[in-house]
Design a protein around this ligand. Structure first.
Ligand code: NAI
Ligand code: MG
Length: 359
């Protein structure tokens, strides 16, 4: 009997619903063609509608419910009428944190047929993996507000860096760099201004580097990093940065590679003690929600990362080939890429391409 993986699908809000529907359609077509495995998908209606109905985005035991699954496929969360910090902490971070998905992996490259806004950049010049620390740093949830509404109101947002947390993400990043042909890691920091947490970050980077003599590495201050990414993209390969820094840098990376509509991400618990979560980088994009023009490519790439993680390497590779086949055709570009294709046209073409490209 074919292997079967239990997948939790959480489309969430806005275009999250549209791109996850497209992603599941594609995965269904893929499993029918592949025949070697099945996906047993359970749908969760968690998100802003549930918040409006019940006052919470997901049930209190939501993260525990997800432990029974092999992987989670997530869309996006966020609605115009609900403060973003409530939706983010009420759903996405409420899953990532308890399931200890500490490594957020964000591959970026210029796909065939897609034009980078950088003049003169060729596809091979921009091929990066950003590793984002996903549990602590600036998003540890430490802080508070005092004297609300008064002129002397105060708020703190405390960044937490632990030896355990920084060591495990550095090891993960060095392993990732080692697994890629160039074996090259750039450690992003801001240890000139942030002289405690990020000095610890730098020290641990140097310690962990000694375990990886075959990986070459360098250090960049985050502000200078934006310049290097823009002016000398070919000098970079694998990048590791704190939760906040990598959040910002990966949006820049997505834009430089053509669009946020193609950028995928994996929130990994590398120990396997809890399931990992796969999602497009983009949000719920209410400016285009309901119009049928969301780019589903980020979700297809995300689904490929999920298959890779599940150990279905051939199926993952087939998804990537289909993706490159589709992006190479400008008539299949959605408006974010300067075209006028619809989500449905891209999805249908992708399914046709799955049959076209060799398994
Ligand atoms: P966004 O990523 O939703 O949209 C930014 C811009 O990119 C918009 O112009 C949008 O139309 C475009 N865009 C994004 N994805 C696209 C796609 N697949 N195809 C075509 N165009 C696409 O970010 P924004 O506008 O800052 O946030 C909207 C909401 O999403 C907010 O509530 C925010 O908190 C939430 N959000 C949620 C995330 C998550 O669930 N992981 C991540 C980022 C934002
Ligand atoms: Mg972001």
């Amino acid at each position: 009997m074919a292997k079967s993986y239990r997948i939790a699908a959480i489309p969430g809000d806005g275009i999250g619903v549209e791109v996850i529907a497209a992603g599941l359609e594609v995965l269904e077509a893929l499993t029918a063609l592949d025949g070697g495995f099945q996906l047993d998908v359970t749908h969760f209606d968690w998100g802003s509608d549930r918040f409006r109905r019940t006052g919470s985005l997901m049930p209190a035991d939501g993260a525990d419910t997800l432990r029974a699954f092999d992987a989670i496929l997530f869309g996006a969360v966020g609605a115009p009428d609900i403060p973003d910090h409530l939706t983010l902490w009420g759903l996405r971070l409420a899953i990532c944190q308890p399931l200890d998905q500490y490594a957020n992996v964000r591959p970026t490259r210029i796909l065939p047929g897609i034009r980078s806004p950088l003049a003169g950049v060729r596809p091979g010049d921009l091929d990066w993996v950003i590793v984002r620390e996903n549990t602590e740093g600036e998003y540890a949830g430490q802080g508070g507000r005092s004297h609300r509404g008064l002129p002397h109101e105060a708020a703190t947002e405390v960044a937490i860096f632990t030896r355990a947390g920084v060591t495990r993400i550095m090891r993960f990043a060095f392993e990732m760099a080692r697994s890629r042909p160039r074996k090259k890691l750039t450690v992003v920091t801001k240890s000139n201004a942030q002289r405690f947490g990020l000095v610890l970050w730098d020290e641990i980077a140097a310690e962990v580097a000694r375990e990886f003599p075959d990986v070459s590495w360098d250090k960049m201050l985050v502000d200078a990093m934006t310049v290097r990414m823009t002016l000398n993209p070919a000098s970079l390969d694998t990048i590791v940065a704190t939760n906040l820094h990598a959040d910002i840098l990966s949006d820049l990376a997505a834009a430089l590679a053509g669009s946020i509509g193609i950028a995928p991400t994996a929130n990994l618990n590398p120990t396997g003690a809890a399931p990992s979560m796969f999602e497009p980088i983009h949000g719920s994009a209410f400016d285009i929600a309901g119009k049928g023009i969301a780019n589903p490519i980020a979700t297809f790439w995300t689904a490929a990362m999920m298959l890779e993680h599940l150990g279905e390497k051939a199926a993952a590779a087939r998804m990537i080939r289909a993706m490159e086949y589709v992006t190479a055709d400008p008539t299949l570009h959605t408006p974010d890429l300067g075209g006028n294709a619809s989500t449905k046209q891209v999805t249908d073409a992708f399914i046709a391409a799955l049959a076209e490209v060799e398994a």
